[in-house]
Design a binder for this molecule. Structure first.
Ligand code: HAM
Length: 446
């Protein structure tokens, strides 16, 4: 192949390269941002109302943090972590969830000296190498709330209330709250024994995954969705029937608090959650049309041993996290709107190089005064600019042509009344404000 021919092939190959987001990851485009914005605003407001302080944790943590907390034998740690070795040979992972990092931060920064409970919330991306499908992504966003340092079940009720308040604020009301208690280190070992012996006798009827779980994590068999397993699980002993007096009291009080708050719930004896650190209360929030909870909108529970496990002193805690991608999907399915984006009221049109340059400071002056302005600086053609202004439905168009730029003036055209006026550059912000106020008043009177 000759050199020119080779160059041609290289160039055409270069042209063909088209990058795309990697599987399970996606862009969230401006058109979708109002939904996300509505969720973030609701989270910020409710966090403030319930006294939670924001924490931002790193997206990368040591692999061992998740092995020790989320659990070595959980699907998340065993199959779904984005693990890699750094140049310094550290074994790290993109975070699959936020709770371990929050607890690490609590211990690392000595937050035990702060008044209890320490209430923290976070918003950010999480990473799980799961099989992508609708509502299941490899990079997804969670907001999470953690209350550390209080064992009273009233906190469990309040954390559920917080989650539901956020869902309500977004406009998502039809929610199924599923609750269960999986006991503590006192009562769970006995229950585990009972469960394992029941399941071992029916091992042949379990799926291969559950036969393995029987050895590593028998509780997880209870939330298997395989048809053959669900038949076995239906008759299995239930943790709520084998709680120690303390766990029983805790669970009963939680249910009484929920009744008091008029929060409707279902006690789900098969709800165990896929993470190792839970004790006592576990709960999930399902969309009412997701009968089996295959795409839970949120979930959480108590984790009274986790702080100790990460080197802190014995400290009870409770929390939850919700999946923002799934909430956005529910909003769309239910026709719930995102935040309203205020439309610009003014369009700034210019003609000629000097006018274009001067328009930059007019724009800044208006923006500083809190007036949103649309423009089309890249376009020189006045007709095209006015067409755009018309499409945007603005109230006023400011025109600076060649003559105005030399005279240091601007034409203000009222798009509703049709009249126009020439004002000196220094007065443009004041005049625009006056005219917008007048238009507002006229609209109100009508
Ligand atoms: P989780 O149940 O693993 O709990 O996740 C919480 C929520 O994140 C789920 O209910 C779901 O809405 C969303 N989610 C999980 N995986 C995906 C995915 N692949 N794609 C889209 N959304 C997803 C936790 O993460 C715990 N840290 C919650 C917690 C906080 N417990 C106590 N404190």
């Amino acid at each position: 192949m000759g050199k020119t021919e080779q160059n041609k092939t290289e160039n055409s190959n270069k042209k063909k390269v088209k990058f795309q987001t990697i599987r399970g990851m996606r862009d969230i485009l401006p058109i979708d941002q109002p939904y996300w914005d509505k969720i973030r605003k609701a989270v910020d407001k409710i966090a403030f109302d319930y006294n939670y302080g924001r924490i931002d944790m790193p997206m990368v943590e040591p692999v061992s943090l998740f092995e020790r907390t989320t659990g070595k034998d959980t699907d998340i740690v065993e199959k779904e972590m984005y693990k890699f070795e750094t140049q310094g040979k550290e074994k790290v992972s993109l975070r699959p969830e936020g709770t371990p990092s929050v607890v690490r931060a609590y211990v690392e920064h000595g937050m035990k000296t702060k008044p209890s409970p320490v209430k923290l919330f976070y918003i950010g991306p999480m990473f799980r190498y799961d099989r992508p499908q609708k509502g299941r992504y490899r990079q997804f966003f969670q907001f999470g709330f953690e209350a550390i340092g209080e064992q009273d079940p009233i906190l469990d009720a309040q954390i559920i209330q917080t989650a539901l308040r956020i869902f309500n604020a977004i406009g998502i009301n039809k929610i199924d709250l599923q609750v269960n208690s999986i006991g503590c280190n006192e009562c769970r070992p006995n229950y585990n024994k009972l469960l394992v012996s029941y399941l071992k006798n029916r091992k042949q009827s379990l799926c291969m995954n559950c036969r393995n779980r029987l050895k590593t994590n028998p509780l997880r068999v209870l939330d298997c969705k395989e048809e053959k397993c669900t038949q076995v699980i239906a008759q299995a002993p239930q943790s709520v029937d084998h709680l120690c007096p303390d766990c029983k009291k805790h669970f009963t009080y939680l249910l009484e608090c929920l009744d008091e708050l008029k929060i409707i719930y279902s006690i789900n004896p098969h709800l165990v959650r896929g993470l190792d650190y839970y004790t006592k209360t576990v709960f999930e929030l399902w969309s009412q049309d997701d009968k089996e909870g295959r795409a839970s909108l949120g979930g959480g529970g108590r984790y009274d041993y986790l702080i100790e496990k990460l080197g802190g002193r014995k400290t009870p805690a409770v929390g939850f996290a919700a999946g923002m991608d799934r909430l956005v999907e529910v909003m769309k399915d239910r026709g719930i709107k995102g935040t309203k984006i205020s439309k610009p009221k003014v369009f700034l049109a210019q003609l000629g190089d000097l006018a274009k340059m001067k328009s930059l400071s007019i724009f800044q002056g208006l923006e500083k005064a809190g007036i949103t302005v649309a423009e089309s600086f890249g376009r020189g053609n006045l007709k095209a600019q006015l067409k755009k202004a018309d499409q945007l439905g603005v109230d006023l168009v400011l025109i600076m042509g060649q003559r105005e730029s030399l005279d240091e003036t601007v034409i203000i055209k009222d798009m509703i009344g049709g009249n126009q006026e020439v004002v000196i550059l220094d007065k443009v912000v004041v005049e625009v404000k006056k005219k917008l106020d007048k238009i507002k008043k006229e609209v109100r009177i009508k």
